[in-house]
Design a binder for this molecule. Structure first.
Ligand code: F6P
Length: 499
């Protein structure tokens, strides 16, 4: 690696922020991706320059791939570097190890795991490939920020390559409790790989605590120091800070877009089509962690126990297609569609009210924001979630501050929003049904007080706060300038429970 004086920033994630897709004429085009991480990190990279390393969205061989990616970011000041993997590697690394093992296990759903040993071998190989591309594109002293569960082995592989860089890791999904983590056949290898990073970040204190408990129990030679939001692991003379950094959204950008004419017109149109009722909104990727069937059952329960809701509420459930190649995901789609059909069949008034409007597709951003603006109530009830940014986006778009958020206590967002949201246990069908009724009947004064509290927290700790506090922890190992909001309660302390 070449020697220069200035440390550069290099981001690594499973996918690049741009995707290569085939055009009608057979050639390839580069299309921008979307999502919170991209919104947060691209301005930082534009500002400081740097490199983003990831999978370009296709395993096909493309002769001019570097030129295509170069062209996409020509005037931006940062570069994109692809990690090329075969279709078979992609299947075992992404669908297999990442999404049939780590994803269900880390969401406490160990019975859904497929612990195929070949997945682990390919996961290691692909992480090594990422490390090689990172080493080729970094210089001494650079800072490499690795994102998410697909890339937990990268720091270890960089060390094997003797790359003289600083590394940090942020886990976007939950970290499970010890008794679930120990089910992983490669539990020791994975913990040792994580401790190779120079900073490890989690979404919430709950995840940080779970990780620390695993380290204390499974790694005899590693000591834990400190308390609170930034702890330190001492491993063979190295100090590794471990912190919690709740990810967020670009609050001001959401407010700006939500108040634009296009969104206002679309929201008014929705209200016109579905008049004289409160709209309840669910928006989720197709994923068994999101608790969609349980939510539909809770909605059915509410309609059965509170007949005054009939014709006065409509549930709009948006499901965004995702990971459909994995068997559990297409089974889930069939289950959701069966339930929607059943519930509508049970309650629909011919020629009139249909209780559930079901949308299965990706939405244009203006359509999504119109749903946020039109709905009086959001019903966000994942069985477990790292954070859940839909909850934060919905609050940002509640410009009049008159909407109600019903939120799972197992979403990371509950730690920050628990004093404004109606918290529910997504497995408690009657509890969720009662919360729906409570939201429906909540007066405007209470709605405003609750929503204002949540919007303030999201505004103060927005996505830029998240980036700043993470980089500050990496560089200065100090978070005193970035306190968590006063409202913050670790998720597992809710109601005095010790989960
Ligand atoms: O929440 C974790 C995450 O990997 C996000 O980063 C991503 O947007 C989402 O899940 C969907 O993931 P995938 O890349 O598998 O479609």
């Amino acid at each position: 690696m070449e020697n220069t004086q200035h440390a550069g920033l290099i981001v690594a994630s499973n996918r690049l922020p741009f995707t290569l897709t085939r055009k009608a004429d057979g050639g390839f085009q580069v299309e921008p991706g979307s999502g919170g991480l991209i919104t947060a990190l691209l301005p930082v990279l534009r500002d400081r320059g740097g490199v983003w390393v990831g999978w370009p969205g296709t395993s096909e061989e493309i002769d001019n791939i570097d030129a295509l990616l170069e062209e996409a970011t020509r005037k931006s000041g940062y570069r994109l570097r692809p990690v090329l993997i075969t279709e078979d590697e992609r299947r075992k690394f992404y669908h297999g190890f990442s999404n049939e093992i780590i994803w269900p296990l880390f969401h406490d759903l160990q019975t859904l795991c497929n612990f195929d040993p070949s997945y682990w071998r390919v996961y290691q190989n692909v992480n090594r490939r990422y490390a090689e591309v990172l080493a080729q594109n970094s210089k001494d002293g650079d800072f490499i920020w690795v994102h998410d569960y697909h890339l937990m082995n990268v720091a270890l592989e960089l060390r094997r390559l003797r790359a003289n860089v600083k590394t940090a890791f942020f886990l976007h999904i939950p970290f499970p409790p010890l008794d679930i983590f120990v089910k992983l056949p490669w539990r020791f290898q994975l913990l040792h790989a994580l401790v190779e990073y120079d900073l490890i970040g989690f979404q919430t204190l709950r995840d940080q605590r779970n990780f620390i408990q695993c380290v204390r129990t499974l790694m005899n030679d590693v000591a834990v120091h400190g308390k609170g939001r930034l702890l330190t692991l001492r491993d063979s003379g190295r100090d590794v800070p471990v912190g919690s950094f709740p990810i967020s959204i670009d609050f001001n950008a959401y407010v700006k877009r939500a108040t634009g004419n296009e969104v206002a017109d679309k929201a008014a149109e929705l209200r016109k089509i579905l008049p004289n009722r409160q709209l309840i909104l669910g928006v989720d990727r197709l994923d068994y962690t999101k608790g969609i069937p349980q939510r539909l059952e809770a909605f059915r329960n509410a309609l059965m126990r509170y007949p005054e809701l009939h014709e006065r509420v409509t549930l709009i459930q948006v499901v965004v297609p995702s990971r459909e190649d994995i068997p559990q995901y297409y089974d889930l789609k069939a289950r959701i569609e069966g339930l929607v059909g059943e519930i509508n069949g049970q309650f629909t008034r011919p020629g009139g009210w249909v209780p559930i409007h079901y949308v299965f597709r990706s939405l244009e951003q203006s359509d999504l924001l119109a749903y946020y603006r039109a709905a009086e109530i959001a019903l966000i009830t994942p069985l477990k979630d790292g954070m859940n940014l839909v909850a934060k986006e919905y609050c940002a778009c509640s410009i009049e501050e008159d909407c109600v958020l019903i939120l799972s206590e197992f979403a990371g967002a509950a730690a920050q929003l628990q004093r404004g949201a109606l918290l529910v246990n997504p497995y408690d069908m009657e509890g969720v049904a009662d919360a729906i009724y409570r939201a429906f009947t909540m007066d405007i004064t209470e709605r405003r007080a609750r929503m204002r509290r949540m919007r303030r927290a999201i505004h103060e700790q927005d996505i830029f706060w998240w980036v700043d506090s993470f980089l500050r922890a990496a560089i200065a190992k100090d978070l005193s300038a970035f306190p968590l909001p006063e409202d913050y309660v670790p998720v597992n302390d809710i109601g005095g429970m010790s989960l």
